[in-house]
Design a binder for this molecule. Sequence first.
Ligand code: AKG
Length: 272
Amino acid sequence: MPFTDEQTEQFREQGYLAVPEFWTGREVAAMRAELERLKEAGKLRNVATDGDGKTHSQTKANLQLCPMWPHSDFFRAMPFAPKVAEAVGRLIGDPVLLHLDQVFLKPGRHGAGTNWHQDNAYFQIPDPLRGTALWTAVHDATVANGTMHVIPGSFREPYEHARDPDSDHHIRCFPPEERAVAVELPAGGALFFAYGTAHCTRANTTEHERAGVALHFINAGVHGRARGGFEPGKRPVLTGPDATGGEKEYGVRVGGTWEREVERVLAGSAQA
Ligand SMILES: O=C(O)CCC(=O)C(=O)O
């Protein structure tokens, strides 16, 4: 799926790009089945707190798993889907590395939002357009169920961040919310947003759960300068001369397995 010049321009000027049809229906069905398995296996953790950053909430849930790859061959393969490397390379420049992979799941009725933040407040790369998230709507993502909101152009304005009292480990900022745009997406849609783009999600007020899978990618040239405990040098290289399809970093070849993984997960969920 090569992006048009308008799409890459949108990312560079506004710091985000919404692609309503990025994943196929089969890919989305497999994502849901695999998330169900991870949920049942107790792998997702509630990071929501009752406004003190410490006491886990009994009434709100912001369920997360980060990283996902050690728990799921399927999600380990997802960043190696050829359309992902192609899209991300076009936006942030090759060669690209997978920096982080995680899921945010809000159960119906008591799913909590993730407060405003810029990913670059964590990572602090010099050019905030050289890293991007690919956030996938695993379910239709609407304002009512807590879709993503972004502040266009905010990658040019680093905001001050402080501990987020609604989470046990996040930080948050207070951007000019009057400029916020809600990005609604059908299931299978993707939102790419630069490391500097301020974003948040709100509570899920519907009956049904809403999940988003966020893969973060960074240009190899700035990776060594990113902050945080993300195993510098050990993150999978996806494109360029050092890419080994994950063999070097994971010890097994992951590149080229995405379609097989989709079918494997769907076959397993049909049997269950
Ligand atoms: O999906 C969510 O609730 C939050 C996603 C998010 O903040 C992120 O991907 O950085």
